[in-house]
Design a protein around this ligand. Structure first.
Ligand code: DGL
Length: 271
């Protein structure tokens, strides 16, 4: 089997995998959630790079010709180093792609006022990757960013429907809008955040739209595979979906459906 590898610090990447599988069910997929070491969003550059590299090495050992880092924090802090320093040594024909570039290429098409708000982990905001990437494609846009360090822990602990989630969503959304009241488009730049989408919409002023990444990343991957037959033809097509977690399989199986939209039966791996 030569599946497409999809990686996240925990469950969030399942919101991306769900959209990818919906558009391209024919391929085999292998998902790895590093739940034992999540969240990544509050960790240093060195730590996120080290953890992500270990996960990429494992996915390459599982024969993935293509790996998607379905995690903004890993895409911001580890992707470039892995592409430029490690892949040549590990497997020069394999490819590792992130989620920040495809999102940045597209997000300008959503706004009418030219004012975009980014909600993300502290690591993604501090890297400034979104402001830099979006400005390459849409230099006229105004970008405001708000770090939401409590959101991933709330979601990973299954508290996203509770009153504690309401408190932190309202707080961070208000802080984002205070930076620039002209924002008409809010990007959920963390793959966990779609689970808070209803609360985020409720906390935003009327007329502000919320954009999730899953569909954007899936469309971009489809386009990439059309343009890269040398990669596409390596991917096996038996419709397999394999799920691995670095933490408890029972926990993964009970939480995953909220993100993936269907039940899963995961395996454990020690990294
Ligand atoms: N889903 C990851 C992201 O997109 C969450 C990061 C974390 O583990 O804090 O950034």
């Amino acid at each position: 089997m030569h599946p497409i590898g999809v990686f996240d610090s925990g469950y969030g990447g399942l919101t991306v995998l769900r959209e990818i599988v919906a558009r391209m069910p024919q391929y085999d997929y292998l998902y790895l959630g590093d739940n034992a070491r999540a969240p990544y969003g509050t960790r240093s550059f060195e730590t996120v790079y080290k953890y992500t590299l270990q996960c990429v090495e494992w996915l390459l050992q599982q024969q993935c010709p293509l790996i998607i880092l379905a995690c903004n924090t890993a895409s911001a802090k580890a992707l470039r180093s892995i592409q430029q320093m490690d892949l040549q040594r590990l497997n020069p024909t394999a490819r590792v792609l992130g989620v920040i570039r495809p999102t940045s290429e597209t997000i300008g098409a959503y706004t009418r006022t030219g004012n975009i708000g980014i909600l993300a982990t502290r690591g993604t905001v501090q890297s400034n990757s979104y402001a830099l990437e979006i400005n390459k494609f849409f230099p006229q846009l105004h970008i405001a960013q708000e770090a939401c360090p409590m959101w991933v822990p709330i979601i990973e602990n299954g508290e996203h429907e509770g009153a504690g989630a309401d408190f932190f969503v309202r707080k961070n959304v208000a802080q984002l809008m205070a930076q620039n009241p002209k924002i008409d488009t809010v990007l959920l730049a963390c793959t966990h955040y779609p689970l808070l989408e209803q609360k985020i919409k409720a906390a935003l002023p009327q007329g502000v739209q919320v954009v999730s990444q899953g569909g954007i990343v899936a469309n971009s991957l489809q386009d990439y595979l059309h343009r890269h037959p040398e990669i596409e033809t390596q991917i096996t097509r038996q419709g397999n979906r394999l799920f691995y977690t670095t933490d408890s399989v029972a926990d993964f199986n009970s939480h995953a459906a909220a993100f993936y939209g269907a039940g899963v039966s995961a395996n454990h791996v020690d990294l």
